[in-house]
Design a protein around this ligand. Structure first.
Ligand SMILES: CC(C)(COP(=O)(O)OP(=O)(O)OC[C@H]1O[C@@H](n2cnc3c(N)ncnc32)[C@H](O)[C@@H]1OP(=O)(O)O)[C@@H](O)C(=O)NCCC(=O)NCCSC(=O)CC(=O)O
Length: 364
């Protein structure tokens, strides 16, 4: 009798852009608010406050000659090398991103052909049965692509799916908006494969919600906050406080709903990997999540964070974090065989999703 099909991660990879941009680099910026009024505080005061309310000290930016599909390819290559997979054997390449390839020269977004098609081309894949397409779903896009891959794999339609999250937010940052300091560039990926097993392994459960009516406006594209800015491009704009409140209300409940669906208690999770837009916000989300279970004590190191040194790289945050943990490159904090992981993300849409994933045991 045929065993059940499960979606298991067999390879991980990431690309950390080489340019380290410290908070201090923003001190000489002139910052305006959403009404176009220049902020009264000095750059130094704004930057100091920024670090206090977000935990971000530095972030990574790509170099001028790189675009999103370039770094998506580098993360893909790292992933395939990590497990020795043959690129020609891939059934799908899914790339989560939100702005396409935005060139440093003219800041225009280029979406055609898809970034997935560009990655496939760069990998040298000639197989027409390797289907390549993109998924724009805000920051939760990479997790949503993982969920989509799970449907392909568990139905038997695919054996191997490469799921990439890549974003170059530095090209959509308004230099006159202090909230732009949150944003970063990066790329991460995993290879998922279908595995027959009677044991619960791989993706155990997932859930997604789209609050498009109440919250669609909280993250959007808009003009520079500086009325004298002469460029024509649009920048990523957010209503930070409202977003914070939305995330605090939605993410803990979405995680609990997903765990309830899986029939698992929060205590069964070895690691909680959350999208990182603001470190202080994630601390508040964690506290509220534990309070939903009547807990006041939070296990140390249950929520590993990269935000202080990598900032918010949107769809790249979760796969990069997972790669660093799996490869034991994370200050002693690691993910090991047999552990159960909870992924959750929130972002433009507004969309929010969660996935429960069990690592296979050694040799399983
Ligand atoms: C923007 C924020 C950092 C602001 O922090 P707070 O909400 O705590 O701040 P607040 O408005 O209550 O104000 C408190 C104090 O901080 C100051 N303040 C506010 N924003 C600031 C900033 N960016 N830099 C420096 N100082 C700032 C205020 O003037 C005030 O100062 P004082 O007290 O001195 O008067 C936060 O709200 C936030 O992180 N929001 C959610 C971010 C988020 O989820 N983004 C999108 C993720 S999705 C994504 O990444 C993309 C995608 O989905 O595609």
């Amino acid at each position: 009798m045929r065993k059940t099909l499960h979606s298991v991660i067999t390879g991980t990879g990431s690309y950390l852009p080489s340019r380290v941009v410290k908070n201090e680099e923003f001190i000489s910026s002139s910052f305006f608010d959403a009404t176009g009024t220049r902020l009264p505080k000095s750059g130094a005061e704004i930057v100091e406050r920024f670090a206090q309310i977000t935990d971000i000290q530095e972030r990574r930016y790509v170099t001028d000659d790189q675009v999103t599909s370039d770094i998506a390819f580098l993360a893909a290559q790292d992933t395939l090398h990590s497990c020795g997979a043959d690129p020609e054997q891939l059934d799908y390449i899914l790339v989560a991103h939100n702005f396409g390839d935005v060139s440093a020269a003219n800041k225009r977004s280029d979406f055609v052909p898809s970034l997935a098609a560009r990655v496939k081309h760069k990998l040298g894949i000639e197989n027409p049965q390797t289907i390549a397409y993109d998924l724009p779903f805000g920051c939760p896009g990479w997790l949503q692509a993982l969920i989509q891959a799970d449907y392909y794999l568990r139905s038997g339609d695919a054996k191997r799916v490469l799921v990439i999250g890549a974003e170059v937010l530095s090209r959509v940052c308004d230099p006159h908006d202090r909230d732009s300091m949150l944003y970063a560039d990066g790329a991460g990926a995993v290879l998922l494969e279908a595995r027959e097993s009677d044991e619960p392994v791989g993706i155990l459960c997932h859930s997604t919600r789209s609050d498009t009516v109440q919250a669609a406006h909280l993250l959007r594209m808009g003009a520079s906050y500086n009325p004298a800015y002469e460029g024509q491009e649009l920048f990523l704009k957010m209503e930070g406080r409202k977003l914070y409140e939305y995330a605090l209300k939605t993410v803990p409940q979405a995680i609990k709903d997903c765990l309830d669906k899986a029939g698992l208690p929060l205590a069964a999770m070895h690691k909680l990997l959350l999208h990182q837009a603001n470190g202080k916000m994630d601390d508040a989300i964690l506290k509220r999540l534990y309070s939903l279970y009547g807990e006041t004590t939070i296990p140390e190191e249950v929520m590993p964070m990269t935000i202080s040194w990598l900032g918010n790289s949107s769809v790249a945050t979760l796969p990069t974090l997972f790669d660093l943990l799996v490869k034991h490159q994370f200050n002693g904090n690691e993910i090991t065989p047999g552990q159960t992981i909870l992924f959750a993300s929130v972002g433009a849409g507004m969309n929010c999703n969660a996935v429960v994933y069990r690592m296979p045991e050694q040799g399983e």
